[in-house]
Design a protein. Structure first.
Length: 468
């Protein structure tokens, strides 16, 4: 019994969690040994664990809690909606006001004219829906061979079977027998890592577009239906493509009569300094998916917006077959939709997107202040999302060995010890705070992060991993 950590004994949260709870994105063996970190409450940008320790949530949870972790208005709206109509569905032409209002609001906000809004519960479900829409649409258009969808290496679009296939990260495929057939991955637009010696950012962007075109030609243009991209890549390591990249990529898609799908699950609702990442990155999508900050993450809900061209095809095929045989019990769930609509009202009334834009220069300044840190190879950000890449040698960009050194994880662990959550994706350390964050809180966040990097540097020196 003595070798069982105190918190795992008896009926503690940790012991019960280990006994009963199968976690997402977790090494189960490690979890048995070290147990969970249990969060019990939140306020503003802070969350508190069951030992009473407070953390700055520097990742807004999962890039999502735009309003932080407390909001009376959202709680009240959920309560009122539950009293009035706790559940109703939208199958077979049924509807309810929260879904109607939210669809209308999203269309009014869209970065390009959109025709209709379909609701789901998660980013993965939204992107899975897109895959099926693209297939259904091309059957409707009488080109059943035009079905392949291109995403990017390091892109993240979720984990369900089709969305997980779109995702371009090895851990989402390995041992899951993914990707499924017909999903292709093109180059990752990360100049720091994949730009060649002597290549300008512009030349790199051109090469990415050429590689996309080569892939399409190799596959046969009449078999390729669409491309999906996050305007700014999130889980792949916060990658902001070089200027001009999307103009070139979209031109290729247009040339081969492909749809362009923007995955705004992270970027949507102010994260990149505009309402949509599409506006920041000059993207004109045919289909747009969003989730996360749609409801400030207070309840699960996601949306797929389609333009008139896509809608017309879906409409004719559903008429031919008799129905669009797709939908979730909770598509447009009234409580989630009411909360999402209220979140949007709060964003408007408090000018949250304007606030995020105004905080962006301070955020950028903090991120860039790390550029000359001995461990930081790249410091990158846009709006209120950024990342630091930790490297063994700044000049040669040589990475640390991930498995034996785990430098990025060390930074995240040191940050956690200092009451700050950031997320390491390999050796890229991401920062994506709630959009409500103010300048003093930003200074506090980045102060803790600097201490964490310095502590990591001291560790790596004493372990003999870092010679600089
Ligand atoms: C860009 C993007 N798309 C899709 C998803 C999947 O969303 P969910 O986890 O809600 O299924 C995520 C999740 O992080 C994401 O970042």
């Amino acid at each position: 019994m003595n070798d069982v950590p105190r918190s795992f004994r008896g009926n503690s949260n940790a012991a019960r969690d280990i006994a009963h709870h199968l976690h997402p994105y977790t090494n189960f063996k490690k979890h048995e040994q070290t147990g969970p970190l249990t969060i019990v409450r939140g306020r503003g940008i802070y969350v508190v664990d069951d030992d009473g320790k407070e953390y700055i949530e520097g990742m807004a949870g999962l890039w999502s809690a735009a309003l932080g972790f407390s909001n009376e208005r959202l709680a009240t709206v959920a309560y009122e909606q539950m009293k009035q109509l706790p559940f109703y569905h939208a199958f077979n032409q049924r509807s309810h006001e929260p879904a109607i209002n939210l669809a209308e609001k999203l269309k009014a906000m869209a970065p390009v004219p959109m025709s209709k809004v379909f609701f789901a519960n998660s980013g993965s479900e939204a992107n899975d829906t897109v895959v099926k829409m693209v297939w259904y649409m091309n059957n409707a258009l009488g080109r059943p061979q035009k079905k392949k969808i291109i995403s990017r290496i390091k892109g993240y679009h979720g984990i369900t079977v089709a969305a997980g296939s779109l995702t371009g990260l090895p851990t989402n495929h390995r041992s899951f027998d993914l990707p499924i057939a017909g999903i292709l991955h093109t180059s990752c637009p990360h100049y720091y890592r994949f730009g060649k010696d002597g290549e300008t950012e512009e030349q790199f962007a051109t090469r990415c577009a050429e590689e996309l075109e080569q892939l399409i030609i190799a596959e046969g243009p009449d078999t390729v239906a669409a491309m999906i991209a996050e305007p700014v890549m999130g889980a792949g390591g916060v990658i902001v493509p070089p200027k001009g990249y999307y103009e070139k990529i979209q031109a290729v898609c247009r040339k081969y009569d492909m749809l362009f799908v923007a995955d705004e699950v992270i970027c949507g609702f102010g994260r990149t300094g505009n309402v949509w990442g599409c506006q920041t990155m000059n993207i004109q999508p045919d289909i747009l998916t969003c989730a996360k900050a749609l409801s400030a993450s207070f309840l699960p809900i996601s949306a797929v917006m389609v333009n008139e061209k896509v809608y017309q095809a879906l409409m004719s095929e559903s008429d031919k077959i008799g129905t669009w045989g797709h939908g979730f019990t909770y598509s447009g769930h009234p409580v989630a939709a009411a909360v999402a609509l209220e979140a949007q009202k709060i964003y408007d009334e408090t000018d949250l997107f304007g606030h995020a834009k105004r905080m962006s220069p301070a955020f950028t300044k903090h991120i860039q202040s790390f550029a000359d840190h001995p461990l930081v190879g790249e410091a990158m950000s846009v709006g209120l999302v950024g990342a630091l890449e930790v490297v063994a040698d700044k000049k040669t960009k040589t990475p640390f060995d991930l498995a034996t050194v785990g430098a990025g994880l060390r930074v995240a662990n040191h940050a956690q010890a200092r009451g700050l959550f950031v997320r390491n994706m390999g050796d890229r350390v991401a920062i994506c705070p709630p959009l409500i964050i103010n300048e003093a809180e930003l200074a506090d966040l980045f102060g803790r992060l600097r201490q964490s990097l310095d502590a990591t540097l001291a560790d790596l020196r004493s372990d003999g991993h870092f010679k600089g």
